[in-house]
Each structure stands twice: as C-alpha cells, then as structure tokens.
Design a binder for this molecule. Structure first.
Ligand SMILES: Nc1ncnc2c1ncn2[C@@H]1O[C@H](COP(=O)(O)OP(=O)(O)OP(=O)(O)O)[C@@H](O)[C@H]1O
Length: 554
C-alpha cells in the first residue's frame, strides 16, 4: 500500500524530499557558520555575516516548501486511500464484502487511512533531521576522527537498544489495530442500538462497561504500551547523547593545541543535534503506525479481490433481455465459524418467466432471503448453474446478469438521490407513483431526490417500492415488503401493485408470510431448512395456511 502511494505521488514526493534534504543541509551549514564565528576573529566574522544571513533565508524557504508539499501529499494520500478502499468495497463480490464486515471497512476508511496519511506529515521532519544528524556527524569527523568514531559507537549502542524495544512496540501496535477494528463494530452497535440501549439499563450498562468500555480500554492499553516503549527508547537515546557530551567534556578532553576549538565544536554540534535526533526518534514510531495501518488496509484489499464477477463501477453493462430464467441444481453454503457448522441451501431447481408472480414462503431461517440473493446473482451459485434464456451464466457474466433485477430487501437502503441515470420526466413519474402510494403529502421527488426520508418504516418501504418501479427492471424481488404495511396497503400491494407488475410483463418474486394472500400467486414455492419442498401452481382459490401445508407436504 505504501509503495503504491509513493508510486502515485512520485513527482510531488521527489520535490518535497529534495526541499527537506536541502533544509537539512542548510541547517548543518548554519551550525558550521556559528561554530566558525565563535572561534574566529572579528574581521572574518563580519564577512561570515552575509553568508549566515543567506543560509538562514534559504533554510526558511526550504522548510516552508517541504512542509507545504508534504501537507499536500498527506491530504492526497488520505484521499487516494479512501477512494482505493471504497473502490475495493464497491467492486468485490457481495459474499466477500459480508465476510470482511463493515466494522473493518469503517476502520480502514477512517483511522487506518489517517494513520497512513500522518506519515506524509512526519516525512519532512524525518528527512530533514536525518540530513542534519548525518551532516553533523560529518562535521564532527572533520574536527576529530577519534571522537567521531567514539560518537558512532555511542549512536550504534543507542540504535541496538532502540531496535530491540521497537520490535516489542510494533507487536503492541498491531494488536491495538486489531482491537480497534472490533471497536468500530461496537461503535456501530452504539448508534444502531440507540433505542434498545435507552430502554434497558442493565443492557446499556453491560454494553458500555464490558463490551464497548473494555474494547476502548484495550485499544488505549495496547497503544499506550506500544508508544511508552517508544518513549523509553527515545529517552534512552537522549541519555546516551548527554552521556557522550559529558564523556567528551570531562573525561576525554586532553590538552592538545586545538583542543578548545574541538571541544567547543563537539559540544555545540552535539547540543544542536539533540533536537533533530529527538525529532527522528519521535517520528519513527509514526512510520511504524503507518506501516501497521497500511498492512491492515492491504489485508482488507486482499480479502476483497476484484474477481471475474466484479461489479463494474466504471462502465455501464448492457442489460440482457429476460425470457426465461432457470436455476438448476443450485447450491449455496454459509459457514458458521462459532459453531463450526454449515447452512446449506439447495440443490434448488426453479424457473421463472416474465409476467409470472411467484411467492416464496417458509419458516424463519429456512433460506428464503438466501435463495433470493442467489436468484439475483448476489451469491453466484457454489454448485449447479443458472441459465438465462437457456444459456449458462458464466463467471464474467454476473455483473450484467444482476442488472436484470430490482430488489427491496427487508433491510433495504434508500439512497439520498435517485441514482438511476437521470432521465426526462423522472420527477413527474416519481411523484405520480408517490401519489399512488398515498405519500404525496409527505414527500416529493425534486431534482431526482426525495425531499425527505424522515418517514415511518412502512412509508420508507413504499419509497423503496417507488424506486423499484422507477428502475424499470424486468425482474422484481420483494423480501417481506408487506410486513411493515397496514392492512389497507397490504391489500393495495397484493391486489393492485402485483397484478399491475404482472400486466407490465415483469417477473416477480415475493417473499411473504401473508398466507391470506397466497391464492394471488401464480406459483407458490416453499422452503424448509434450505430445501425446496414443493412448487405449487395456484388455481385462484384462497387456501388456508393448513391447506397449503398439506399440499406442500403431500
Ligand atoms: N450473512 C450470513 N452469514 C452466515 N449465515 C447466514 C447469513 N445469513 C443467513 N445465514 C444463515 O442462513 C440461514 C437462512 O437465512 P435466511 O436469511 O435466508 O432465512 P429466511 O428464510 O429469509 O428467514 P426470515 O424469514 O427470518 O427472514 C439462517 O438460518 C442462517 O443460519
């Protein structure tokens, strides 16, 4: 991920890095000027003043340029990362998306992306300070190579200690990132379960203290451990610096001819180097935070491969015609990790034709929604095949296949805008349908968007029905659409909407528990424990649920 970002921003990155390196070089030149001025006579000091002023101005300009460019890079990296993750989510198969889960995706889009972007703000500090430290060491080598070697030994010792502590710190940061992914799931429960939490004190307390609270605490603890280890190693580095200055000044200082000049130079350069070195030590953990965050984003991207059945987000696929749709020996499995068992749907043999209304019935958990997801191509079958107009749908044909369907799921989502390609008369058509569903006084379609979504659940479902009509797809699926409707609108749905869709030549699959309307179906399909029990053509009589049960099981 990091190399991808660096590749995408190569030009800007090179310019920003150059400005950082130059500002490091100018800093070293400045300290050399100061040292020269301190140990020279007043005549040569006057000459050095102009050079000093020139270097100071150049340093300021370079610092400004590098900080501004890296800030820009940081924002660009954040935008790139968010687009990348969003693209992965949009293009992966639905089953993969479900496996990754929305908590990890949210975490990648916010916290992990931010942590990676912060790296770009830290980079100028790291680059500039590296150049200063290396430059200062070079200057020390010019003053006295013996002391320089001694200084290298001290820095080496510091680096080994730093590295060892570092490895442990990274381990904590990685654990903190995993815990944080879970934390995002709890944040979601906090908002989605706002009603339930307010209604039940004990539930709320347990959730806040034990579930959310412990997760928040877990992230805090692991991050604190990790970052504290970095602080310890930073302090260790600082101590070594001062120990070195002490050793040079009080133990190693001899009585040679240039000794005062060398000692002044060493002390001055070392004191000057302390701040950049600290800057380095403080910012290196950010690189590691960014690396950990980038690897989490990489994991998510790997788990959401954009395979052959990818969702095309950049081009519009041609919608095929629907004459006949057949599921042949189709199967789908869910694996339940906690109980280590499977739910198996199928093998299913089922067909649909335009102008036919099929009711899909069965007990809770019998697999109705899963079958609907298989029919509409959200789960391409793991076994068996789907034949569209007699031809098998191949791996690269699922995206086009899905364009046949308009679905109102029981956990449907209404987008703010009607996202279908804008067309003339969309608002008028939408408002006509709203009037038909008795919603014209509550909401209107204006400029391709509903004026409000602050409606009851049943009313919002009617909006979803309007969207389905507007999408004008040949196959419509309703997953317990009528469950939230009052008796009047149940009647409208079963006795007016469905017959109208049938007259329009639509194929319609209705998942329902409303047994008093079963007689209105052209065909009744019953599922039990993932198996198709029977498909019954209806003859227009109104059977009781017992009669249906008997007909299905006989
Ligand atoms: N996302 C999922 N991950 C794993 N297993 C799942 C998932 N969704 C459903 N299942 C399993 O599949 C079974 C069938 O679920 P499905 O939602 O298809 O039933 P349903 O007939 O639509 O039920 P209901 O009438 O309650 O809506 C469930 O018993 C459950 O074990």
């Amino acid at each position: 991920m990091l190399s991808y970002l660096f590749r995408r921003t190569r030009g800007l990155m090179t310019a920003a890095a150059l400005a950082s390196i130059l500002s490091g070089l100018f800093s070293v030149l400045l300290i050399a000027q100061i040292n020269a001025a301190l140990t020279s006579d007043s005549a040569s000091r006057a000459n050095a003043a102009w050079a000093f002023a020139g270097i100071a101005v150049a340093l300021m300009v370079c610092r400004m340029v590098s900080a501004a460019l890296f800030e820009r890079l940081g924002q660009r990296a954040l935008a790139e990362l968010r687009s990348f993750v969003a693209q992965c989510v949009a293009e992966t198969s639905f089953a993969q998306f479900e496996r990754v889960g929305s908590a990890r995706i949210q975490s990648a889009l916010t916290e992990h992306s931010n942590n990676v972007a912060v790296l770009f703000v830290s980079l100028p500090v790291i680059l500039t300070n590296t150049v200063i430290v290396v430059g200062c060491l070079g200057y020390l080598a010019m003053l006295s190579w013996q002391l320089f070697l001694f200084a290298l030994g001290v820095i080496g010792l510091g680096a080994v200690g730093y590295h060892l502590v570092h490895l442990r710190a990274i381990h904590y940061l990685q654990s903190a990132s995993s815990e944080q992914d879970r934390l995002f799931g709890h944040f979601r429960a906090l908002t989605d379960g706002a009603k339930e939490l307010r209604l039940h004190q004990r539930k709320s307390r347990v959730f806040m203290d034990q579930i959310l609270g412990e997760s928040v605490e877990g992230v805090r603890r692991l991050r604190t451990y990790g970052m504290s280890l970095f602080v310890i190693s930073t302090s260790w580095g600082q101590f070594l610096m001062y120990a070195f200055i002490g050793l040079v000044l009080f133990v190693l200082a001899g009585d040679g001819p240039n000794q005062t000049q060398v000692m002044t130079g060493f002390a001055l350069v070392f004191v000057f180097m302390v701040t950049p070195l600290e800057g380095l030590l403080i910012n290196i953990p950010r690189i590691n935070m960014a690396r950990v965050a980038a690897s989490r984003i990489d994991d998510i991207a790997r788990e959401m491969p954009q395979g052959q059945e990818r969702q095309a987000t950049t081009q519009t696929t041609q919608m095929p015609a629907l004459q006949h749709l057949e599921l042949r020996e189709v199967t789908h499995q869910y694996y339940h990790e906690q109980s280590d068992d499977f739910f198996e749907l199928g093998p299913i043999n089922l067909s649909f034709t335009p102008g036919e209304v099929v009711f899909l019935v069965g007990g809770n958990g019998s697999g109705k929604t899963t079958l609907a997801k298989v029919v509409v191509g959200l789960y391409p079958p793991e076994g068996g095949e789907v034949l569209l107009n007699g031809e098998r749908v191949e791996a690269d044909g699922w995206d086009a296949y899905r364009q046949l369907f308009s679905v109102v799921f029981s956990d449907f989502h209404l987008f703010e805008r009607l996202l279908e390609a804008p067309r003339d008369g969309l608002d008028e058509e939408g408002n006509r349908l709203l009037a038909k569903l008795h919603l014209q006084h509550k909401v209107r379609v204006e400029n391709g968007a509903f004026t409000t979504q602050a409606l009851s659940q049943g009313q919002r479902k009617r909006l979803a029905l309007v969207v389905s009509y507007l999408e004008d797809r040949p196959f419509l699926v309703f997953d317990e659409w009528a469950a939230d409707q009052d008796p009047l609108f149940k009647e409208v749905f079963y006795c007016e909407v469905l017959p109208e869709l049938k007259r329009m030549g639509k194929a319609v699959l209705v998942i329902t528990h409303d047994d008093c309307y079963f007689h209105l179906a052209d065909r009744l399909v019953r599922l039990e424990s993932g198996k198709l029990l029977a498909t019954e053509p209806m003859d227009g009589e109104q059977p009781t649920s017992e009669a249906v049960e008997a007909s299905v099981t006989s």
